[in-house]
Design a protein around this ligand. Structure first.
Ligand code: AMP
Length: 293
């Protein structure tokens, strides 16, 4: 496995691979790699011949009160994980490698950011889209893999790639979970043992919603209310940041549940902000949205 921090070297290698007829598959991450990231790497190996992983804790996507400073950065462990995972190139740029000192151009999306995390994390998706655009321009991949765990992010990136006519195909891999349902996240390590127990409530609320849908319940308001009640049994009402039912295409609120409805929630457990989601009728939506099995 090669490890590089120079964008020009990465771009040159990637172009060369493509000239040789190899499909370049890219997995951008912020490190602190876990089995969720590894599943993206496995998907990248299936969809590409040469796999690039980036590790970059992107300062522009953190709010001033967020955890940029204390975000975990176990670089040597991550390097070993990538090597064992069969990654071909690990790209570990510095802030200066990614952003010019007088960087002044940002990617702003004006529609899919209106709900879910958008209003709660001002500037977050501007930072995400900007860094992903930069990283795609460096890695020049045929395909890039993102996790459904961050469903709004993945849809935004698909929209950016469509609207800006970028040449990368964006695939979305399913969320990897702990045995008890908790979605893996680098931020789970902030949880105390007691919080870790309560954190299960996100996936429990989503499973409850899925069983309502399977039983024929189509009333989004009612189902979201049931999810909320489930959450409020273990966290204060004020800790439930949002519970929303939106259509996966445009992330606009829906009143009637249907295949392709994204049910998403954000709950603060202690000081840790956790998100999770499901897509109703996911298998039917797979082809249209590059959702991997
Ligand atoms: P992060 O390092 O948190 O920025 O995440 C990098 C990529 O891994 C993003 O595309 C995430 O959506 C994805 N990811 C994070 N957690 C999971 C998970 N539990 N299952 C699948 N993908 C995940």
């Amino acid at each position: 496995m090669q490890v590089l921090s120079s964008p020009t070297e990465v771009a040159a290698l990637s172009l060369n691979m493509r000239r040789l007829g190899k499909r370049v598959a890219f997995v951008p991450t912020m490190g602190a790699l876990h089995a969720g990231h590894l599943a993206l790497i496995e998907a990248a190996k299936r969809h590409g011949d040469w796999v690039v992983v980036s590790i970059f804790v992107n300062p522009t996507q953190f709010g001033p009160a967020e955890d940029f400073g204390r975000y975990p950065r176990p670089l040597e462990a991550d390097r070993q994980t990538c090597e064992a995972g069969g990654v071909d190139l690990l790209f570990t740029p510095s802030r200066e490698d990614v952003y010019a000192p007088d960087h002044s151009v940002y990617v702003v999306e004006g529609n899919l950011t209106r709900g879910l995390c958008g209003p709660h994390r001002p500037g977050h998706f501007r930072g995400v889209l900007t860094v992903v655009a930069i990283l795609l321009n460096i890695a020049l991949p045929d395909v890039a893999i993102f996790g459904q765990k961050d469903a709004q992010q993945a849809r935004l990136i698909q929209r950016m790639v469509r609207d800006l006519r970028m040449a990368t195909r964006i695939l979305i891999a399913p969320t990897v979970r702990e045995q008890d349902g908790l979605a893996l996240s680098s931020r789970n390590q902030y949880l105390t043992e007691e919080e870790r127990c309560r954190a299960c409530v996100l996936s429990e609320a989503l499973r409850l919603a899925e069983s309502c849908y399977a039983a024929g319940d189509r009333d989004a308001v009612q189902v979201c209310a049931r999810m909320r009640a489930r959450c409020e049994a273990v966290v204060p009402a004020s800790a439930v940041e949002y519970i929303e039912a939106v259509d996966f295409e445009g992330l606009a609120p829906v009143t009637t549940l249907a295949d392709g409805t994204l049910l998403a929630l954000c709950v603060r457990v202690g000081k840790t902000r956790l998100i999770d989601n499901v897509i109703l009728g996911r298998p039917h939506m797979a082809a249209a949205y590059g959702l991997l099995a």
